[in-house]
Design a protein around this ligand. Structure first.
Ligand code: ADP
Ligand code: MG
Length: 431
């Protein structure tokens, strides 16, 4: 069976998985309903295994390395496996989401093709305020906003309450709670002070858009395809006690299976009864947003759509969650792509880029001792040499891996054409 390409899936996890921890504690009844237990939520490792299985089913040859916050491990893995492309699942490094962009920068500098968005896009979208400035400049709709960098907040901001206050540089709903929505200047001042002190970032203040929550998943480049839209429907019963409550996807609603809000929303693809004209506009706005941040390969654009059918972009998620069952995969499935086909379509884009660009100078694949041990363990025997491609540099990759003793070989960790002539993982220079 011919292979569709060789991939190296890189991910990064160091700490114990919180869902693993829940599982060890055993099933726990929901505090408000003793007859129900919280559902089992997949661990990051399990989700990643499913993605890898999908890629393999789609005929990719796949190796997987958890880089464990170790930059040498990352370099070493790429040089050892020399994939056609890295399937990039690294979202943070040393607990710092900003480093997501730097990791992509390392791939760039090593000359290895990789899936998803480039550093400029990752860094831009990490900052919701800067993203909104760009959207505004591009003439795209986003809620009125300002950046609060200190307390007290001046009262002449000109925005209409209710407002929502977010940490300007967090993602995955960090710092988004029902209390983020404020109804007056006193509430605003308190919430901004909270964000400044607890998150240590300025606060993005924007008008709260009452309306439907619709996300658009994007796939591909020139042209970029908008997959069937996703809607998060909110449980109306929560609002039926007469009191106005904001309807938002809060941190807990998204991640905490022991919190009531986790059960207060329903993901629906495609949205019910969406006016085709409104849908067309939403799709256009989504592609415009993707282009405004120079997006590549895939992204998810989160929007609210007011009762008049006017969409407002909340944020752009480059490299959104690809877990089977999360929004992106749901949209792709509704568009006729199985999960394996969805992740494979993303991998294809990176592999095609690598073929177009040609391979960068071959680095000899000298793995770290640890990486080699793991590789041997997985393969259950002596490691086969990674395929050599093109005019290999002097030191053959095979020499480095044919026996565990081989790793000590300082025989040019970086070949003459090594990536950027950088210092190799073993410390030998490329010159
Ligand atoms: N201006 C807004 N109007 C209404 N709801 C909002 C607004 N901004 C954010 N929200 C709600 O908060 C959620 C999270 O905000 P978002 O900006 O997407 O950040 P993240 O997903 O990174 O936490 C949104 O999905 C939405 O439910
Ligand atoms: Mg969001």
């Amino acid at each position: 069976m011919s292979t569709r390409g060789r991939l190296l899936v890189l991910w990064n996890q160091v700490e114990e998985d919180v869902y693993e921890h829940y599982r060890e504690e055993g099933p726990r009844a929901l505090p408000w309903d003793p007859n129900r237990v919280a559902p089992d939520v997949g661990t990051v490792k399990e989700e990643m295994d499913a993605l890898v299985a999908g890629l393999r089913e789609a005929r990719f040859r796949v190796d997987v390395v958890n880089v464990e916050d170790d930059i040498d491990r990352l370099f070493s893995a790429i040089r050892f496996y020399r994939p056609d492309a890295v399937f990039n699942l690294i979202e943070y490094f040393r607990d710092d989401p900003m480093q997501e962009a730097y990791v992509a920068g390392l791939y760039e500098m090593m000359g290895v093709s990789y899936t998803g968005n480039r550093p400029i896009t990752l860094a831009t979208c990490q900052n919701k305020y800067r993203t909104k400035l760009l959207l505004e400049a591009a003439g795209l709709p986003t809620a009125e906003f300002f950046l609060a960098t200190r307390s007290p907040v001046p009262a002449d901001h000109g925005l209409e309450f209710p407002l929502i206050v977010k940490p300007a540089f967090e993602d995955a709903s960090g710092g988004i709670e029902p209390d983020s929505v404020v109804l007056d200047q006193v509430g605003l001042a308190a919430r901004v002070a909270h964000v400044l002190s607890d998150f240590g970032t300025p606060a993005l203040v924007e008008e709260y858009i009452e309306g439907r929550e619709i996300h658009a998943a994007i796939l591909g480049n020139r042209p970029s395809e908008v997959l069937p839209l996703f809607e998060m429907e909110f449980d109306q019963s929560a609002a039926d006690d007469g009191e106005w409550k904001p309807q938002i996807i809060s941190f807990r609603a998204k991640w905490d299976p022991y919190h009531k809000d986790f059960y207060s929303m329903d993901a629906v693809v495609p949205p019910r009864d969406l006016d085709p004209i409104v849908e067309g506009y939403i799709r256009e706005v989504a592609v415009g947003a993707f282009q405004a941040v120079r997006g590549r390969d895939y992204a998810r654009i989160d929007m609210r759509v007011d009762p008049d059918g006017q969409p407002f972009i909340l944020e752009i998620n480059p490299n959104p969650d690809l877990v089977d069952g999360a929004a992106y995969a749901m949209c792709a499935r509704a568009g006729g792509r199985s999960y394996p086909e969805t992740v494979a379509a993303i991998a294809d884009l990176a592999v095609a880029r690598s073929r177009r660009l040609g391979k960068p100078g071959e680095a000899a694949g000298v793995p770290s001792d640890q990486l080699l041990r793991e590789h041997l363990e997985r393969r259950g025997g002596p490691a086969p040499a990674p395929a050599t491609r093109g005019a290999a540099s002097g030191a053959s990759a095979a020499a480095g891996v044919s026996g565990s003793a081989g790793v000590s070989g300082s025989a040019g960790a970086t070949g003459p054409n090594g990536p950027g002539g950088a210092t190799g993982p073993t410390g030998s220079t490329g010159t």
